[in-house]
Design a protein around this ligand. Structure first.
Ligand code: ADP
Ligand code: MG
Length: 273
């Protein structure tokens, strides 16, 4: 019988309490989040799954502190989030590297942002270590325009990890990467984040990606959380070992029927056949 990680004794790292958010311009007002609540445990890996336009990026923007809630509040370690800060690292889908800095310099930027008092020698050693961790030891001196899409996202992940924050927020970071490389990056992020005990909020619209990575999957519908599902699969997870197992198929079906709410079926009965 497979089980996921037991995080029940951990304290809450993030508490999203009854949060609503409006996009307002001169002519209109659009309710993008409508009374959303969720507690996230320290060290937990959460995937936010939902179709385009349902408010995933908006929720991440609130966690990042770029947006302010219209009502409700978000607490980080018990304190309301007042704006962006080095306690939360962010990775976006678009490559957000500085084009005028090499891969190593981009990571050094992350290390400096951490505010930790490292000597120059320590910073350089750390940058090399992070490059190595994402499999890019040989690309230290390359500029972003000399790197493939997958390599750029590796550097973006390394730079986010270099911030040494407890919390990592990722918004469809591998959406533009081809499937094979994507799988490699997913497994890399999963193992690095679990080792480093990060609290991770990872936005995706890819069901398989969510199953591979998450302790819990939060399925959104427009403006709301539809359901939250535990992923009872042991780590480390490898896609080729998961696909075809009963636990995987069961969860996959549950997610599909929740993702496409009109698909009604008795999942448990069907899998039992
Ligand atoms: P997702 O990331 O799930 O695709 P978003 O959080 O980006 O969704 O958007 C949620 C909803 O809010 C969408 O309907 C989108 O059109 C709307 N929205 C996003 N950004 C803005 C904005 N700056 N002004 C007005 N509406 C917006
Ligand atoms: Mg989005």
């Amino acid at each position: 019988m497979s089980t996921g990680r037991d995080l029940s004794n951990r304290p809450n790292k993030i508490q999203i309490k009854d949060v609503s958010f409006d996009y307002i311009d001169k002519k209109s007002r659009f309710l993008a989040l409508d009374h959303v609540s969720l507690d996230i445990k320290e060290g937990e890996f959460i995937c936010i799954l939902g179709s385009s336009g349902c408010g995933k990026s908006t929720l991440l923007g609130l966690l990042n502190g770029l947006h302010k809630a219209k009502s409700g509040e978000i607490l980080l370690d018990g304190t309301p989030i007042a704006g962006p800060g080095p306690d939360r690292a962010v990775v976006f889908q678009q490559y957000s590297l500085f084009p005028w800095l090499t891969a190593k310099e981009n990571i050094l930027f992350g290390i400096k942002q951490s505010g930790k008092k490292y000597t120059k020698r320590e910073r350089l050693a750390k940058a090399d270590e992070y490059l190595k961790n994402v499999g890019l030891a040989g690309a230290a001196g390359k500029y972003p325009n000399q790197l493939s899409g997958g390599m750029k996202q590796r550097v973006a992940v390394a730079r986010a990890l270099a911030l040494e924050s407890d919390v990592l927020l990722l918004d469809e970071p591998f959406g533009a990467i081809d499937p094979k490389l994507r799988l490699e990056l997913q497994e890399l992020v999963s193992s690095l984040c679990t080792q480093a005990k990060k609290t991770v909020v990872f936005v995706t619209h890819d069901i398989d990606e969510a199953i591979l990575l998450a302790d819990r999957i939060v399925v959104m519908e427009p403006g709301k959380i539809r359901t939250v599902l535990d992923v009872e699969l042991p780590h480390p997870r490898k896609r080729d070992k998961l696909v075809g197992t009963i636990e995987y198929e069961k969860l996959h079906r549950k997610l599909i029927s929740s993702f496409y709410a009109h698909v009604e079926e008795n999942i448990d009965a069907e899998v039992a056949l």
